[in-house]
Design a protein around this ligand. Structure first.
Ligand SMILES: Nc1ncnc2c1ncn2[C@@H]1O[C@H](COP(=O)(O)OP(=O)(O)OP(=O)(O)O)[C@@H](O)[C@H]1O
Length: 325
């Protein structure tokens, strides 16, 4: 097995009485795109900053490419790129290309090196910024500034990118460009990406693995599909026309988990959770027992949003759910 590119061991960070990060441990394989999900105040940014060596943890250690980020921050920094507060990471009075050259230069990459220039052009082209390369950043829109910040984080030949809310403020097309570019860098260059996002579609589309953080602790860790499967309770939406009497309604309610029930004259719309899809024929039969007609039956598949809400609800919080990554 390849060595992990990131190792976080028993990491904690307290601010006075607030435990922002509480005894977190995990490791990440090279080339992984890892999403960090969690409600506001869960500890995601604190975790990212501690992983970057930008704040001193109360306990624990972080290694990136085998380098302890707190003992040897300068060495670790050469291997990572980061955007923590979006567009504030770039110099607004420099052009797009000058920004890239500046950040690459910090790591010893010369912008006169044709390989570095080619990499920058490629990045700008993938992010739809090539025709704005010589514009001063100040004159760009907010979303474009965000893209420049991302390009700066990726401008060097880094091993790991830490991106806090990378798609925030981007339009649909730019968000898709960014996802494609991150996927390409992970697949072709083995770039490891750790990103936070409140946008479930970004996490679902892009991430190989997701960590859910709540109250400073990891409450779930696994592939998106595995997390969704943990809460795989399918639901069905049924519409019945015609008679459906009160005793049949009571029978349905007593045998099934009815999530919603709307009666509109002779029409009934219901949403019912099924633990096992095999219950559906029996439910359908019951619905038409009084002579009504089934107008439609639609299965409602669980998604990451639902899994996330359950994991971070008080009930989900009682246990920690580990899925092998
Ligand atoms: N510099 C600080 N001083 C004191 N408390 C802090 C500081 N930074 C963060 N906290 C607290 O630590 C906890 C975790 O905050 P953090 O910013 O890491 O959460 P987050 O998951 O990134 O939230 P969001 O999704 O809102 O960005 C919160 O209770 C926050 O108030």
């Amino acid at each position: 097995m390849t060595d992990p590119v990131i190792e976080v061991r028993t990491l904690s960070k307290r601010y006075g009485d607030v435990v922002a990060v509480d005894d977190i441990s995990f490791s990440v394989a090279p080339g992984t795109i890892l999403g960090v999900l969690g409600p506001n105040g869960a500890g995601k940014t604190t975790m990212l900053k501690a992983m970057l060596g930008l704040l001193v943890p109360t306990a624990g250690e972080v290694r990136v490419c085998g380098i302890d980020v707190h003992d040897r921050p300068a060495h670790a920094y050469r291997r990572v790129g980061a955007t923590l507060e979006g567009a504030r990471n770039v110099y607004w009075r420099l052009t797009v290309r000058e920004n890239l050259a500046f950040f690459a230069g910090l790591a010893g990459d010369s912008p006169r090196d044709p390989a570095v220039r080619a990499r920058h052009d490629d990045l700008l082209s993938q992010l739809g910024l090539l025709d704005r390369a010589d514009d001063v950043v100040n004159e760009l829109s907010r979303g474009m500034k965000q893209k420049v910040a991302l390009a700066c984080a990726l401008a060097r030949d880094i091993d790991v990118a830490f991106l806090d809310e990378p798609t925030l403020g981007l339009d649909v097309e730019s968000s898709l460009d960014l996802r494609r570019e991150l996927r390409r860098l992970a697949d072709e260059r083995g770039l490891t990406v750790v990103l936070t996002s409140h946008d479930m579609s970004v996490i679902e589309d892009l991430c190989d693995r997701v960590i859910v953080v709540n109250h400073g602790r990891i409450v779930a860790d696994g592939a998106v599909r595995e997390l969704v499967d943990l809460f795989r309770t399918s639901a069905v939406r049924l519409v019945v026309d015609g008679p459906l009497g009160e005793s049949t309604e009571s029978a349905i309610r007593s045998q099934y988990a009815v999530e919603s029930w709307e009666r509109d004259g002779e029409r009934v719309r219901m949403m019912v959770a099924l633990d096992d899809g095999n219950d559906l024929p029996a439910l359908a039969e019951l619905c038409i027992a009084d002579g009504g007609r089934l107008v439609s039956v639609n299965t409602v598949e669980p998604d990451l949003t639902e899994a996330f809400l359950q994991l971070t609800s008080e009930r989900g919080d009682e246990q920690s759910l580990e899925v092998s990554p």
